[in-house]
Write a protein that binds this ligand. Structure first.
Ligand code: TPP
Ligand code: SF4
Length: 284
């Protein structure tokens, strides 16, 4: 049986000291272990960004995709091999900006995979520009007098588009986050986990991690029932009294189960019905 270090490579992370990505990385490896998974049973699709650099230190099958394209890659891999546990990772920039369209359609499609959005309210790898989740008034490299646009809310988008599992965690709450990841991965459908991930470098607030703490409340302590989409929409929109936990979950047949070509067997295990060798030769 695999242990936590089996899911980590020997490469030393280049994230800044104090970055919220460390907690998320640890929680995910712990969740894989708790679920009894082995590294060869997991595929991860990474977006571009600080979060995406995690591709180098997660010891699983992986693909470092283009910016905004983590979800299409993950979808294709799930279709090709149903046996893999598929997890896609993106920042708020890649997930809601460049990849926003993919996020909406993946939410309504309900392929059996997990999407983790690192929400640090910045395009951090490119040194702190305004992102789709930057709050109005926050000063960034591209909003010197403060951001103007209304921010997107990842969970409200997922709920509106039809996602069947919607949760939020906080990168410093590693044990809580690990439990959320476990539930998301075990969920038979498209599971969205937004993680509040303070970027300690590109916030004008020097104590960004401490600023969140008094505002965070666990849904479990509110005796929350995750079966009311509208209530989940309202609760996930409160950024003063910020809730973490599972907002919403429902069982709905996956996209794969509707497709006769995919319902019972992965593409990988099917015999080709046509000889495509001549076609493939053209690309050699
Ligand atoms: C299509 C495209 N646009 C822009 C870039 C440049 N770029 C690379 S990383 C990045 C920022 C990533 O921000 P985010 O997705 O929020 O992840 P973070 O770095 O904050 O984890 C940008 C804009 C790119 N690589 N490709
Ligand atoms: S720039 Fe921000 S998000 Fe990127 S590694 Fe550093 S602290 Fe983390």
């Amino acid at each position: 049986m695999a242990i936590q270090k089996d899911f980590l490579t020997d490469i030393k992370p280049t994230w800044c000291p104090g970055c919220g990505n460390f907690g998320m990385w640890t929680a995910l490896a712990q969740a894989y272990v708790s679920l009894g998974l082995e590294p060869h049973q997991v595929f991860m699709s990474f977006d571009i960004g600080c979060c995406g650099n995690g591709a180098n230190w997660h010891n699983v099958y992986g693909f470092h995709s283009l910016h905004g394209r983590a979800l299409p890659v993950a979808t294709a891999v799930k279709f090709a091999n149903h046996d893999l546990t598929v997890v896609a990772i993106a920042g708020d920039g890649g997930g809601l900006g460049e990849g926003g369209n993919h996020f909406l359609h993946a939410s309504r499609r309900n392929v059996n995979m997990t999407f983790i959005i690192h929400n640090n309210e910045r395009y951090s790898l490119t040194t702190g520009q305004t992102s789709p989740t930057t709050k109005p008034g926050q000063k960034t490299k591209t909003a010197l007098s403060g951001a103007i646009d209304e921010p997107l809310n990842a969970l409200q988008l997922a709920l509106t588009a039809g996602a069947t599992f919607v949760a939020r965690g906080y990168s410093d709450e590693v044990t809580h986050l690990k439990a959320l990841y476990e539930k998301a991965i075990a969920h038979p459908g498209f599971a969205v986990v937004e993680v509040i991930q303070p970027c300690v470098i590109f916030f004008d607030d020097e104590n960004i991690r401490e600023r969140y703490k008094p505002k965070l409340h666990k849904l479990e302590d509110e005796k929350w029932s995750p079966n009311d989409r509208q209530a989940a929409y309202v609760r996930s929109g409160d950024w003063e009294n910020i809730a973490i936990g599972v907002f919403y979950q429902e069982q709905r047949p996956t996209y794969e189960s509707h497709m006769p070509q995919l319902a019972t067997t992965s593409l990988l295990k099917q015999k080709p019905k046509q000889d495509i060798s001549r076609l493939m030769k053209q690309f050699q």
